[in-house]
Design a protein around this ligand. Structure first.
Ligand SMILES: [Zn+2]
Length: 115
């Protein structure tokens, strides 16, 4: 019995790139070098700075990330600054209309997040 390949073509696998002898991933090292070059020249990318800016919460002055910070429909819950539990906080949001099913028409919900 003679079996043909589905495409009728020989399968060619792409050659694997050489793995650099370093623990740092290639892309990270490349980016670091590029950044270093840029800083040496004195051309600091504004975009880069903004991208890496850590968002600190005004309430607790800490980085906004889990598990102490939880997001619910665009609102952030801060465990350290909160006076209520997340469940209570979320329930309060639900009372204000958050968490409801989106309208099928895709209408914009005119609602401002509260802090
Ligand atoms: Zn916080």
């Amino acid at each position: 019995m003679f079996i043909l390949a589905p495409q009728g073509q020989p399968v060619t696998l792409p050659e694997a790139p050489p793995i650099p002898q370093t623990t740092v991933p290639y892309s990270t090292e490349y980016y670091r070098k590029k950044k270093q070059e840029r800083e040496q020249i004195g051309l600091k990318s504004r975009k880069y700075v903004r991208k890496n800016k850590v968002i600190l919460r005004k309430k607790c002055n800490k980085e906004r990330k889990p598990p102490s910070h939880l997001q619910y429909f665009g609102n952030w819950y801060c465990e350290e600054a909160a006076t209520e539990s997340f469940t209570e906080w979320r329930a309060a949001l639900e009372m204000r209309g958050y968490g409801k099913k989106r309208p099928l028409s895709g209408e914009k919900i005119h609602m401002q997040p509260f802090i």
